[in-house]
Design a protein around this ligand. Structure first.
Ligand code: GCB
Length: 563
């Protein structure tokens, strides 16, 4: 069984999945009153560009639906993702705006009357010089309400959020592990000052603490009575967590989640999971599928993970943005490690200075950490990908983001993906802010010479000379058009791609400075980039095709990693 995100037992919770009214016909300055009398319809969640009618739509679109409340209520509406910019109206009144297509946002409306209410969303997937990501990326900017919308009623005093942090201690012989846990619980009050009891339950231990709102925040310390099983790759143990609000011993509100106990650290060239070196062998994965675009059903996520694990891979870099929380749930359950990333793709110093792009990225970082901090699978936050790391302005922005990441969550590693050229020339000024160094390398693809082991050995030596920390090859790969096989091993053939991994993987596996790698990439993905370098409008570097049919390279990777 699989958990639902945002679970609760006391709140009435509804997923607003289904058919919404929809229009792409409104001008940029339209208001809710302009919504047409006879609109079209669209499913939610859905990426509109995955539908034939809106395949090429880049710009704004409006969504509308009615919600019916049986009684007067306070209502919390949470959007798991709207790509990329959103403005939400309830009964014609603007309630919340959000920028960034991969992190959640919400609003709470108090004292709504029983009966019908109109929910309206303006979504925008056009990119500009003031969006993150910028207009130019190597993935497709699908638009729409691409993840679920959850509506729930909340009582007058309710749990807004909670954050669990823990310290683990093991017996000297490494046997029993005990956990000391701190739960920071935010309680919000929709009306008057009230006393409540906060009860936090993890596994079989419950701890209670009185709290007076609107003071609002309380911290509860727990030492779990029984030893805990650590979350490991072979045995990914998870514990249920309930945070409840009680009034006179009756539960009046609750929120539930799951947590796994594990420690991630670095030591010399190694990344340690629970104190033991872990060999990270992974793949980069975009949220993309020819039929669903970025709004993938759970079945696709499950099948992707099955293919990934079958190939002997235990790690995923969610390139280049926070993935669906259900995907992370699956990684928690299966014992797969995850690097999550912000969509700062190819930014230079001027980009970071434009408008409020640094503050906005900082907010995305906080939203990503706040959403995912209880997932044991997520072991690192990646701040940027291939930004102009040789520029002082980029180094400053990186330093700032790394500080925010560490202040918000000191239990995970911080990294970013640099590029082979800057590292080779000794010009990278950003990797020094990282706990481990991710470097993307494209020797044997974006170079004139065919792939050769010594290019890679030399490259790894040069990184190791420059950075005294674990080295992680975050991208390497070659394009292969599905079905293309050639005798002469020409670029773009499955033969070349397969030979590429046959050559490079053994070098990475044998090098002690390399703590891990993520292959570029899992499957072929749609892109809006230059068609000369992206045949069939795809990034063809998948080791499986767009429909997940294995290419020759998949079999090579599987053989090298599992046999
Ligand atoms: C990269 C980028 C990635 C691209 C990939 C490629 O370095 O990080 O987003 O898609 O190379 O295929 O060129």
């Amino acid at each position: 069984m699989h958990r639902r995100f945002d679970t609760t037992e006391t709140r009435e919770q509804r997923h607003l999945d289904g058919t919404w009214e929809f229009t792409t016909a409104l001008e940029a300055d339209a208001t809710p009153a302009d919504f047409p009398a006879e609109p079209e319809t669209i499913p939610v969640p859905c990426a509109w560009n995955a539908l034939a009618d809106y395949a090429d739509h880049h710009g704004s679109a409006w969504y509308r639906r009615t919600i019916t409340l049986p009684d007067c209520a306070n209502v919390r509406v949470r959007f798991l993702a709207v790509s990329h910019e959103a403005i939400v109206y309830l009964d014609g009144e603007r309630r919340v705006e959000h920028s960034g297509g991969y992190t959640p946002f919400e609003f709470v409306a108090e004292d709504l009357s029983a009966g019908e209410h109109e929910l309206l969303v303006r979504a925008e997937n056009g990119r500009s010089e003031t969006t993150i990501p910028l207009p130019e990326t190597d993935w497709f900017d699908y638009g729409g309400i691409t993840r679920e919308v959850v509506l729930e009623t909340v009582p007058n005093v309710y749990i807004d959020d909670f954050d669990l942090r823990y310290d683990l201690a093991s017996d000297p012989d490494g046997g029993r592990t005990t956990a000391r846990i701190r739960a920071d619980v935010d309680v919000s009050n929709c009306d008057r000052e009230t006393d409540r009891t906060v009860a936090v339950t993890i596994g079989e231990t419950t701890v209670r603490e009185r709290v007076t709102v609107p003071a609002g925040k309380t911290s509860v310390e727990l030492a779990l009575e029984r030893p805990v099983d650590r979350w490991t790759l072979d045995d990914p143990t998870l514990y249920d967590v309930t945070v409840a609000l009680e009034a006179e011993e009756t539960v009046v509100d609750d929120r539930r989640d799951r947590i796994g106990f594990r420690e991630v650290t670095v030591d010399g060239r190694e990344i340690l999971l629970n104190g033991e070196p872990v060999d990270l062998r992974g793949v980069n994965r975009h949220e993309d599928h020819p039929e669903w675009g970025s709004a993938q059903p759970l079945r696709v996520m499950r099948e992707d993970l099955a293919r990934i694990r079958e190939a002997g891979l235990n790690c995923i870099r969610c390139s280049h943005y926070p993935n669906h929380p259900r995907f992370l749930d699956l990684c928690d359950e299966l014992g797969v490690l995850v690097i999550e990333e912000l969509p700062y793709w190819h930014f230079d110093a001027d980009d970071f200075e434009r408008a409020d792009l640094l503050e906005r990225g900082e907010r995305m970082l906080e939203e990503m950490i706040s959403r995912d901090r209880h997932h044991p699978s997520v072991f690192a936050w990646s701040l940027t990908n291939e930004c102009a790391n040789e520029q002082a302005g980029v180094a400053e922005a990186t330093d700032h983001l790394a500080t925010v990441a560490r202040e918000t969550d000191d239990s995970r590693l911080v990294t970013l993906a640099s590029y082979n050229e800057w590292v080779d020339r000794g010009e990278d000024r950003c990797l020094e802010h990282c706990d481990f160094a991710c470097v993307n390398g494209y020797y044997g693809w974006y170079t004139d010479e065919p792939v050769a082991a010594d290019q890679w050995t030399g490259f790894l030596e040069r990184i190791a000379d420059r950075r005294d920390c674990p080295i992680f090859v975050s991208e390497f790969g070659a394009g292969a058009i599905e079905g293309e096989r050639t005798w002469e091993r020409a670029k773009w053939s499955e033969t070349y791609q397969s030979e590429f991994f046959e050559t490079v993987l053994p070098v990475l596996l044998a090098d002690d400075s390399v703590a891990g790698f993520t292959i570029w990439q899992f499957c072929d993905t749609r892109t809006s980039r230059d068609p000369m370098s992206r045949p069939k409008s795809k990034n063809n570097k998948g080791i499986v095709g767009e429909y997940r049919r294995p290419k020759a390279a998949y079999e090579t990777v599987r053989r090298l990693l599992t046999e």
